[in-house]
Design a protein around this ligand. Structure first.
Ligand SMILES: C[S@@+](CC[C@H](N)C(=O)[O-])C[C@H]1O[C@@H](n2cnc3c(N)ncnc32)[C@H](O)[C@@H]1O
Length: 252
């Protein structure tokens, strides 16, 4: 539900962190011309763009359960095979792709083990299955300053620390449960510059993801208190965010 938002809102809120991660993730997985790839949970197409750039649109397929995201990716890449589907039931044949990737998606899957097993089914034997998830568990994800502020003003409020895969080692455990035991685990860190506090804060008001859903449910006083808590906890502008993601890579 919190991803039934426009691709533009997603881009402002998360795209700014996801874009540099997509380049680093593709480098780490070893995306090279001649390969075919499936982008699972493609969202607004941040990783899809990198895959199309490196492999060509005829070598890339994508899937996401959010209709506005699928529409946005289709608009940008009219010849691309983009399906409205979740990871748990991928509408692609078995043994089809050299690479099956999911960036920032496993934590939102309703059944992560089934979703990863489906990713493996779609990879050719020996093909790469890879996922990345922000380190919400260790407190070094891009949204960690926001959730720290939520804890300060609303100790009983939500966070993203209990979502699957957000703690070190959890992605590898999920891969093993999905039948992919030989997992290479690593971490990637990207740096994002914030010229002003408002540039950092305003996208939280766009309703994207669990953080946006939380902000959208606050009354004006609670919203103002949270905003000021964030401002007090962050360095003076301009500042930067160093955001770390866990990565798991296995062979199908
Ligand atoms: C944080 S976004 C990541 C989008 C994109 N991969 C990126 O790196 O920007 C999470 C995405 O997961 C999608 N999603 C949610 N549940 C899913 C599921 N069960 N299977 C696949 N994707 C799912 C959402 O619609 C959303 O596009």
């Amino acid at each position: 539900m919190s991803f039934e938002v426009s691709a533009d809102a997603y881009g402002q809120f998360m795209g700014r962190f996801a874009r540099p991660l997509a380049v680093a993730f593709a480098d780490l997985v070893g995306v090279t011309p001649g390969q075919s790839a499936l982008d699972v949970g493609c969202g607004s197409g941040v990783l899809t763009d990198v895959l199309v750039d490196r492999l060509g649109a005829d070598q890339v397929c994508a899937a996401d359960p959010s209709p506005p995201f699928v529409a946005a990716v289709t608009d940008r890449h009219p010849t691309l095979d983009v399906r409205l589907a979740g990871a748990e039931d991928l509408p692609f044949p078995s043994d089809r792709f050299d690479l099956v990737l999911a960036q920032l998606v496993v934590l939102f899957m309703s059944d992560p083990v089934r979703g990863i097993a489906e990713m493996a089914r779609c990879a050719r034997p020996g093909g790469a299955v890879a996922a990345s998830v922000w380190d919400h568990g260790g407190g070094t994800g891009p949204l960690s300053p926001f959730w720290d502020a939520v804890r300060a003003v609303d100790p009983d409020g939500p966070d993203e620390m209990d979502l699957p895969g957000v703690h070190e080692g959890q992605l590898a455990e999920l891969f093993a449960q999905a039948g992919l035991p030989d997992v290479s685990s690593s971490a990637l860190t990207v740096r994002v510059a914030h010229p002003t506090f408002e540039e950092w804060w305003d996208p939280f008001t766009l309703g994207v993801g669990p953080a946006g859903a939380y902000v959208a449910g606050l009354d004006p006083d609670a919203l103002a208190a949270l905003k000021e808590q964030c401002r007090a906890q962050l360095p003076p502008a301009p500042f930067h965010t160093d955001a770390t993601a866990w990565v798991a890579i296995a062979r199908a």
